[in-house]
Design a protein around this ligand. Sequence first.
Ligand SMILES: N[C@@H](CCC[C@H](N)C(=O)O)C(=O)O
Length: 277
Amino acid sequence: MQTRAIPSNGLPFRKMHGAGNDFVILDSRGMTPVCTPEIARKIGDRHRGVGFDQLAEIRDGEDADIVIDFWNSDGSRAGACGNATRCIAWMVMSETGRDAISIRTTRGMLAGRMIGDEVWVNMGPPQLTWQEVPLAGDVDLLHLPLDGDPVAVGMGNPHAVFFVEDAEAVDVAGRGAPVERDPLFPEATNVEFAQVRGRNEIRMRVWERGTGITLACGSGACATAVAAHQRGLTDAKVRMEVDGGWLTLDWREDGVWMTGPVAHVFDAVLTADWLGA
Ligand SMILES: N[C@@H](CCC[C@H](N)C(=O)O)C(=O)O
């Protein structure tokens, strides 16, 4: 993708989080995008930069109100980011006074709505074939051939969901990092550890591809709700406690709807000097 140069007066950004999953948002509406893997890594450094779980860059859409591109802090691209999608939907709806918008991501066309203080996003239907996730071969997605018997679900990005007795007791990094890079996942994977508390409640902790442990992962929450329902453990609608708060997931015919809180943390400008422009 063609990118524009960093402006000499710096690069404005917004910091937001959704249930503790934190984002830097670059607004390139009306402009050529600016983000590259190097810029994502530089801003994503929590010691020398700003730090984020994902960077999201907004562009104008031809067939949607906005287009969003997602980046992980290691400079890789993320195919989906549910919590950043909710944050940006809130931002655009607050600007325009509208209570519904359309959003295009590499995941496809998504819809966002305001429900009181919370934002509701349709993350689209889950991907339930090995080619879509993607996996390295034709295996049983409901019982992957890995220790711990995980379920594979695609939400525009790959997820491996492990059901555990006690999510608090899981060594998320110790177990998540090796699964992220397992050869079964040719594009690597996000890894969720889910404890089913009842037909309508799950406790979930996550290891994100390209980022590591985060306080929440929206697409991971969707994938976990789908995996639990497919295994017959929960109803189609569940509340989910993640490390940073609560999300509600509702798997309907037209997709997985996710509701949860968003927070606008601050707006600031990255200096051109620091960015090396
Ligand atoms: N935090 C996100 C998901 C992030 C994407 C992931 N790290 C990937 O590479 O797929 C969310 O809220 O969905």
